[in-house]
Design a protein around this ligand. Structure first.
Ligand code: COA
Ligand code: AMP
Length: 633
């Protein structure tokens, strides 16, 4: 056993500065910090304020310098293109340095923002690290988002350049990224100066002369460049995430905090050492991809796997086991939804039995609530610790986990275990008072947040404060509700806002409502997240039509489903829609979304005392029935 959880946690609380100063010694600095935390302007915290470092240096150069040059840094496994590639630390450093040189030749300098719109190809990681190398701020946009979402991000971050691939490959379908990019730039008010396009042979894109440059040509001609020393507090990246409205939040993460926290978490949370193989089956477009496909494992000198495929269908539900066996994965991280997909196709674990998983030590799950069925199935089939852990884009790394690198605590199904050292998690009532053990309330984290948490929202300090720090002064409001039991185990129950989790992807029902409301025949609408056996939740929309509209309800539903796909993207998985006469509301006009969701999920619900017309709920129940809800699955 590497330590004692209680003692380590206590140390992190008693003296956060001393605790993180120790962790900071494990990474490389151009100038070591003398001020560990400046918290003079809460909630704006500055960790390692006067330190100077570089994320790319800590991810690559320092490992080559320390003799890890020949070790695999990144393994690319792509069943959808039948490709397997290995990049040693030395090779990855060479590619990144040249591409960073190419970026510089294209006019990208420290502080410039670069959007990366790419599928799961090694070049996505090369692009991120190359930006970090020269101090450019990257903002990766998930490939499942539509042109409009890309345009919103290009504008908000005022991107000077977009780096994109010509296409992505989804099972059974090629996703042409290039036309989406062209449309996004057309829509954007801020026009990027140039684009670098990785032409993939599966679907090359048409280049726009003058604006679009070919990745391979630029990289080949790029002169390798060195890392630029950055202040610890400089931004490393901006990652947009869903909030309550359709306007995404640009989460900003700083350089020094990211390096120290991710490096620490690899060893202490995940129990992964330099040289070990670690795999997070997510996407570079999500926070998991930033923290645990690219930066965390590389900061730690581990080997990371970049997987372009799905848990099932590429080609079968044994793909994950094949990868774990083939590359000797020690710790694997994915979302419960992926396990539900595998379990559905291979309930007996027959595919699993075909592989040698002897090196596999622990499975971590996050992104959504882990249902006990999935947890038990995974524990039963794998016979290794299965660890649910809880975190958010804003926090950047796990806030609650079973830190197997410190001490593996007993697993309690339904709980992501205890707060990770650095996170002081409390459960608060509406007045901000702490509730008793076992009572449900808002999950909040007492300031200071540890290094690696977000430092602001891009260009919007005000929204940073009002969205997260206003309700409970002195605390970060997580947006999740839950409780802590008498043994200190945390239980995360549900979001307290309009954010839903679809197949581990965070989406805003408010954003979808904005799209539905824009349909010319729609007078009002409501979108709620309803339970789904595979994806955890899926969105379901109710629309009320304008007076006088006499078109078929089914046509209008088909149109709004298409609109959401066009405006937000296929990842929203918006397929369920019903036309109703009215929406249930309180007398003051608030739509009763929670009641509709409870009816859909066959949960117990009470007639709200303030409802203006109880009969409307009969119509809602009938509409849900026509869509197959409450579902029997
Ligand atoms: N680019 C373009 N389109 C994408 C995309 C991408 N990167 N990712 C997903 N999509 C599309 C899919 O093709 C699908 O389109 P369709 O409506 O035409 O079928 C839609 O978005 C929904 O995709 P997805 O959520 O992946 O659902 P699915 O039914 O195709 O697959 C799972 C279901 C469970 C297998 C899949 O969601 C999965 O692997 N989830 C794990 C997610 C995960 O690891 N999250 C990380 C959090 S830790
Ligand atoms: P994201 O920012 O995309 O990582 O989504 C964060 C949200 O996902 C959290 O606020 C939770 O609502 C949910 N979530 C993530 N991990 C868990 C977990 N282990 N248990 C329950 N909910 C989770």
């Amino acid at each position: 056993m590497a330590g004692n959880y209680d003692a380590v946690y206590r140390a992190s609380q008693q003296n956060p500065q001393a605790f993180w100063a120790e962790a900071a010694k494990l990474v490389d600095w151009y100038k070591e910090p003398t001020t560990i935390l400046d918290d003079s302007k809460p909630p704006f915290l500055q960790w390692f304020t006067d330190g100077q470092t570089n994320a790319c240096y800590n991810a690559l150069d320092r490992h080559v310098a320390a003799g890890r040059g020949d070790q695999d840094a990144l393994i690319y496994d792509s069943p959808v293109t039948a490709t397997k590639l290995r990049f040693s630390y030395r090779e990855l450093l060479a590619r990144v340095s040249k591409f960073a040189g190419a970026l510089r030749e294209q006019g990208i300098e420290k502080g410039d923002r670069v959007i990366i719109y790419m599928p799961m190809v090694p070049e996505a990681a090369v692009a991120m690290l190359a930006c970090a190398r020269i101090g450019a701020v990257h903002s990766v946009v998930f490939g499942g988002f539509a042109a409009n979402e890309l345009a919103v991000r290009i504008d908000d971050v005022a991107a000077k350049m977009v780096i994109a691939a010509s296409c992505g490959i989804e099972p059974g379908r090629l996703v042409q990224y290039k036309p989406l990019l062209d449309e996004a730039i057309e829509l954007a008010k801020n026009k990027p100066q140039s684009c670098i396009i990785l032409q993939r042979e599966q679907g090359p894109g048409e280049m726009l002369a003058g604006r679009d440059k070919d990745w391979l040509e630029l990289e080949a001609a790029g002169e390798p460049v060195d890392c630029v020393p950055m202040l610890s507090t400089d931004p490393l990246y901006v990652l947009y995430t869903s909030g309550t409205t359709g306007e995404p939040k640009g989460v900003v993460r700083d350089v020094g905090g990211s390096i120290v926290s991710l490096n620490w978490s690899m060893q202490k949370v995940y129990g992964v050492k330099p040289g070990d193989v670690f795999w997070a089956a997510s996407d570079v477009g999500w926070v998991v991809g930033h923290s645990y496909i690219v930066y965390g494992p590389l900061f730690n000198g581990s080997t990371t796997i970049l997987f372009e495929g799905k848990p099932v269908g590429t080609p079968d539900p044994g793909t994950y086991w094949r990868i774990i066996a083939e590359y000797g994965v020690k710790v694997f991280f994915t979302a419960p939804t992926a396990f539900r997909a595998i379990k559905k196709e291979d309930p007996q674990g027959e595919h699993l039995a075909r592989y040698d998983l002897s090196k596999f030590e622990a499975l971590f799950l996050a992104g959504e609530r882990c249902d006990p069925d999935t947890l038990h199935w995974a524990m039963d089939k794998l016979q290794i610790p299965v660890i649910d852990h809880w975190w958010q884009t804003e926090l950047g790394w796990p806030a609650c986990a079973n830190c197997r690198g410190i001490e593996l605590l007993p697993v309690v199904p339904g709980s992501p275990t205890k707060p990770v050292p650095g996170f002081d998690i409390r459960v608060l009532d509406e007045q901000g008072g702490e509730v008793a053990a076992g009572d449900i309330g808002a999950l909040a984290i007492k300031l200071p947040l540890p290094p690696g948490s977000f430092t602001t929202l891009w260009g919007n300090d005000e929204r940073f404060v009002s969205s997260y720090f206003k309700t409970f002064p002195g605390y970060y409001e997580t947006g999740d509700a839950g409780y802590i039991d008498e043994n200190g185990y945390v239980f995360v129950m549900a979001r307290t806002d309009d954010v839903i989790n679809v197949a581990g992807h965070r989406l805003s029902t408010g954003g979808m409502e904005e799209v539905l409301a824009a349909h010319p025949d729609v007078a009002e609408c409501a979108v709620v997240g309803v339970a789904d056996a595979m994806k955890g939740q899926v969105p379901l929309g109710f629309v009320v039509l304008n007076d006088g509209v006499d078109r078929a309800a089914s046509d209008i539903c088909t149109e709004v489903v298409r609109l959401v796909r066009e405006k937000i993207g296929p990842v929203a998985a918006f397929r369920l829609c019903a036309v109703v006469e009215r929406l249930p509301k309180t007398r003051s006009g608030k739509i009763l979304r929670a009641t509709m969701r409870k009816i859909a999920d066959a949960e117990a619900w009470k007639m709200p005392a303030t409802i203006d017309d109880p009969l409307i709920l009969d119509e809602i129940t009938e509409a849900l029935g026509s869509l197959g809800y409450p579902s029997k699955g």
